[in-house]
Structures are given as structure tokens and as C-alpha cells.
Design a protein around this ligand. Structure first.
Ligand SMILES: Cc1cc2nc3c(=O)[nH]c(=O)nc-3n(C[C@H](O)[C@H](O)[C@H](O)COP(=O)(O)OP(=O)(O)OC[C@H]3O[C@@H](n4cnc5c(N)ncnc54)[C@H](O)[C@@H]3O)c2cc1C
Length: 401
């Protein structure tokens, strides 16, 4: 006789399950416009389930979000991440932690994709060393006057709001002199110029600020809190880029398996098969590691495991797409068009060729693999820290190019 062990459903799971049923029955995914569906999802607290009630959440464990996402995806519902990747994955979690009531009110249109957000951190002279940035914010009564240049700003050309960090105190040490703002991307003095990538597209931009006036009420966090605010964004960025838990054998590795299966028998040699199996196993190890990391994030605040997951994802993704191109042989060179386009989303990899080219950015965006290894070494393995000569010195006295 066999016994079936039932997994008990917690009260929270039950509540979320009922709300999902209500969402899907009152707003059938197939016929409801995307923004309306997502608005209803937000109002039911199913947008970011670990956020507080009234801000798109229910104050529950972030683990429950996976159940919600799977249910809405299975019903054919829209994906808020694809519509507004920087907004949903990074700006939302930062605003809910640091924002005023008025700023949190922007979370709903962010989630529905009616207001796209961008992240204005990197500068020509400060990417990895982002705390060394030089864009300036100078207070003028109830406003701040901002001048400077940002770069690699994904989707700035379609953004309504930007999460901006500038230097407000050059005499403080570099981490202490920063302040964060939510900037109106349509404000006078904000200029967005396209930057073209090797895919042919310009999904990111240069953004110039010339005497842009930002009301003090649009400050995010306290004056001088910019570094701490940014850490919230960066930790969520790494999870957002590398922390997705896809079904077993899906994603890039599924494409590799598919190409392998379509190869003529004489090209399916043992050495190539061995390579494919190694990549498949690594993809599965990453998937399981991400599941474990997500279960550790009980309180919804990602730690260094977000960085290690991002590192593993980036390096593997590049290798899997390289492998796909090798399997495709000469077909791998038939890219299509390099015509300049400014896409409305940063998530579009409609062909394997494009996915291959786009994957080269994975080990740069959201923190380079070298920097992720530094974090892994220092914060997980407890190894001695990187050499840092500018920590105790006022930013104004640090030599720069
Ligand atoms: C597709 C894409 C989208 C992006 N979108 C955005 C965005 O929306 N908003 C935004 O603000 N930024 C964005 N970025 C910028 C991204 O965050 C930076 O490119 C990244 O942080 C690296 O900075 P950098 O390009 O200035 O390189 P650098 O910091 O100059 O690094 C150059 C090289 O030196 C290495 N290096 C640097 N410091 C160390 C160290 N301490 N130890 C070991 N090696 C080191 C790096 O690993 C790299 O190989 C995007 C980048 C890409 C590629």
C-alpha cells in the first residue's frame, strides 16, 4: 500500500491562491489590455508580493511571487519585467524602501508599464567604481541644479522617470557625498542621445544634464544617502539579471539542445556531445543554486548570493550562445540587418544570432564579472579586500583623468 504525503498549504499560500483566482477570473488575461491587467494585479497586492500593502504587495514572503508569476504567465498574462525591466527589477524595490508617499504612488504606473524608468548611475569615468562619479547636484533653495553626463542608460529614450545619483558634497569621502533623486526625464536640460550596440540596436543611451532643476521633494532618501540608496538598486539589479528561476532545461540551453538534435548524424560526435552535456549540467547547477538563494532571501533583501548568481549566469550564458553559434556553422554568420533601431524594450532577442551578440554584454551590465568575483572573494569567502586608496580621502582630492 502506498501513502501519499500531502504538502500542507500555508495560510499565506491559500490567500495568494485565492487572489490569483480572482485576478484571472475578473480580468481574463487573453482579453484584458496589458496595462489594465497589471493595474488589477497591483491593486490586489500581487505585483511585488513582499512589498507593503498599498504599494503593490501584501507584506508576504517574496517566494510567493514565483507562484503568482507562473500563474499569470500560464494564463497568457503580460510580463511586467519585459515591459519595464529597469523599473520593475530595480527602481521599484528602491522606491519602496527609500521613497516618500508621493514617490511610492508612482509604483502603480511603473508596474503597469505606463511609465518606464531608467537607471542613471554609470558615467564615462565611473562604471565599476560608480561611487567615484562626478555629476554634480548643487542646492538652490527648494531645488537642486544638476550638471553632468551619464552613459549606458538602458531605455532612457522611452523613460518617463530616471533614478539618478549625483555628487552633492565633493568634500566628503566618495561614498558619503552622493544623493539620489527621481528625475523627470522630460525636464528642460535633459538630453538623451542613442548609443549603438553591436546588435545594431541602441537600447541604451548617453544622457546629458545641463542646469536641470530637480525639486527637493524628488530627492530619494536623505542628502548624502545616495550610496545606501544605490546599494538597494544594485543588489536588486544582480538578482534581476541573474536570479530568474526558469524551468529545468529551458532558456539558452534548450536552444543548444534543439540545434544539436537537428544536426545531421555525422556532426553529432562524442566530443561535441560531451561539451553540450557539461553546459547542460552547469545550467542545472545554476538553476538549483538560484532556487536555494531565493529561499534564503526570506526577508526580501538580496545579499552577495545575488552577485554570485549574476556572475554564474553571465559567464554561462555567453558560453552557451557561443556553443550554439559553433553548432550552427556558417548559418551562425547570417545575422540579418544591422540597421539602427531604438527598441522599446531591452529584452528583445528574437533570433539566436542576436541573443549571441547581446549575451556579450552580460558580463559587463549590472557589474562586471571581475567585480562580481571581488564581491565573492571578499563577502562570501572572506579573502583580503581589493586595494582601495581613495576611501579616506575627500572626493575632491582623489586624482582623476
Ligand atoms: C547592456 C548594458 C546596459 C547597461 N545599462 C545601464 C543602465 O541602464 N544604467 C547604468 O547606470 N549603467 C548601465 N550599464 C553600465 C554598466 O553598469 C557598466 O558598464 C559596468 O558597471 C562597468 O563599468 P564600465 O563600463 O565603466 O567599465 P570599467 O569600470 O571602466 O571597467 C573596465 C574593466 O576593468 C575591470 N575592473 C574595474 N574595476 C575592477 C576591480 N576593482 N577589480 C578587477 N577588475 C576591475 C572591469 O571588470 C572591466 O573589465 C550598462 C552596461 C551594459 C553593457
Amino acid at each position: 500500500m502506498s501513502t501519499v504525503t500531502e504538502v500542507p498549504v500555508t495560510a499565506d499560500e491559500h490567500r495568494v491562491g485565492q487572489l490569483i483566482d480572482r485576478l484571472l477570473s475578473e480580468h481574463p488575461a487573453a482579453t484584458t489590455p496589458a496595462a489594465e491587467f497589471l493595474g488589477a494585479q497591483y491593486d490586489l497586492g500581487l505585483a511585488w508580493v513582499h512589498f507593503p500593502e498599498g504599494s503593490g504587495g501584501l507584506g508576504l514572503s517574496p517566494k510567493l511571487q514565483k507562484t503568482i508569476n507562473e500563474a499569470t504567465a500560464a494564463a497568457g498574462g503580460p510580463n511586467p519585467y519585459y515591459r519595464n525591466p529597469i523599473g520593475y527589477g530595480m527602481c521599484g524595490p528602491t522606491v519602496v524602501e527609500w521613497g516618500s508617499a508621493a514617490q511610492k504612488a508612482r509604483l502603480r504606473p511603473l508596474f503597469t508599464g505606463e511609465e518606464i524608468w531608467c537607471q542613471l548611475f554609470s558615467e564615462p569615468g565611473s562604471g565599476s567604481d560608480f561611487a567615484g562619479l562626478s555629476s554634480r547636484g548643487v542646492r538652490d533653495g527648494e531645488e537642486w541644479v544638476v550638471n553632468g553626463q551619464k552613459v549606458w542608460t538602458t531605455l532612457a529614450h522611452v523613460s518617463r522617470w530616471g533614478l539618478l545619483v549625483v555628487r552633492t558634497d565633493p568634500e566628503a569621502v566618495k561614498h558619503a557625498g552622493l544623493t539620489a533623486f527621481v528625475v523627470d526625464m522630460h525636464a528642460p536640460g535633459v538630453e538623451v542621445r542613442p548609443l549603438r550596440q553591436m546588435t545594431g540596436e541602441a537600447e541604451f543611451n548617453e544622457v546629458y544634464f545641463t542646469d536641470v532643476r530637480i525639486p527637493d521633494r524628488d530627492r530619494l532618501g536623505g542628502v548624502g544617502d545616495g550610496w545606501r540608496v544605490s546599494l538597494t538598486t544594485l543588489m536588486n539589479e544582480r538578482v534581476s539579471i541573474g536570479g530568474a528561476i526558469a524551468p529545468k532545461g529551458s532558456g539558452p540551453i534548450a536552444a543548444a539542445v534543439r540545434i544539436w538534435q537537428d544536426l545531421p548524424a555525422e556532426r553529432r560526435d562524442a566530443a561535441t556531445r560531451d561539451e553540450l552535456m557539461k553546459l547542460w549540467s552547469e545550467a542545472e547547477v545554476n538553476r538549483l543554486t538560484n532556487i536555494r538563494a531565493s529561499q534564503n532571501r526570506k526577508i526580501g533583501v538580496p545579499g552577495p548570493e545575488g552577485s554570485t548568481g549574476k556572475l554564474a549566469f553571465a559567464e554561462l550564458n555567453k558560453r552557451v550562445y557561443e556553443f550554439c553559434m559553433n553548432l550552427m556553422g556558417a548559418d551562425g554568420m547570417l545575422y540579418g540587418s544591422y540597421d539602427m533601431r531604438r527598441p522599446e524594450t531591452a529584452m528583445g532577442s528574437d533570433t539566436l544570432h542576436k541573443a549571441f551578440l547581446r549575451s556579450r554584454a552580460n558580463s559587463i551590465e549590472g557589474g562586471t564579472s571581475e567585480v562580481m568575483r571581488n564581491i565573492l572573494g571578499e563577502r562570501v569567502l572572506g579573502l583580503p579586500g581589493d586595494v582601495r586608496v581613495d576611501r579616506e580621502v575627500p572626493w575632491s582630492q582623489v586624482p582623476r583623468n
